[in-house]
Design a protein around this ligand. Sequence first.
Ligand SMILES: O=C(CO)[C@H](O)[C@H](O)COP(=O)(O)O
Length: 233
Amino acid sequence: MKTSGGTDAMKRRAGESAASTVDDGDVVGLGTGSTAAHAIRAIGERVDGGLDVRGVATSFASRELAIECGIHLVDLDEVTGPDSAGIDVAVDGADRVADGDLIKGGGGAHAREKLVDAAADRFLVVADPSKETAALDRPVPVEVLPSGRGVVADAVREAGGEASLRRAERKDGPVVTDNGNLLLDCAFGEIPDPGTLAAELADTPGVVEHGLFVGLADEIHVGTAEGVRVREV
Ligand SMILES: O=C(CO)[C@H](O)[C@H](O)COP(=O)(O)O
């Protein structure tokens, strides 16, 4: 995604701030998107300087970037489950941040992002100030089984929303996720009770994962023109 130099600098500050908290020996969840990419590059620079970490990618894109940055990668199932190392910290971006709750999935990677971010001991959100709003107010990306898109769209309408299939920009047809599924962007207007909507979406047959991240974030790092604001939630 193309951003202005100013916004990109703010995203970079947020990414670098979160990357600076990674410790030697950590297993690190590597988020997706332009802000998370700054964090991945900053972790890569620390790896060049001798930091020993293992990364868990949340998407094809974050995997490619991590490889380019020299970060040793492991699969999620190598570090989770009984007697496993676990994930020490995950760093990921967001499309909206309100009261510590998030809308994610602008890049269509929220299913794997949620797996990794929720499994981490510490989940650090990295954002620029445009992502902060009083209420979650943009369409919620919902990954659906391809054959279930009509069923899910009907359920979204019954819940008071409107679902639109995300279409690809450079091909005729829909966006297909890294998991081979489709995406519905579901507009509900302002979401007064994200927890209730999250539970409703999760209960809908055909939904693989939705982009509401409720109560998962531990710290929000917001890059600004002056520096970085860090807030625990
Ligand atoms: O959820 C995401 C991808 O699924 C991204 O983290 C989110 O879209 C933010 O992206 P960016 O940092 O480029 O603004």
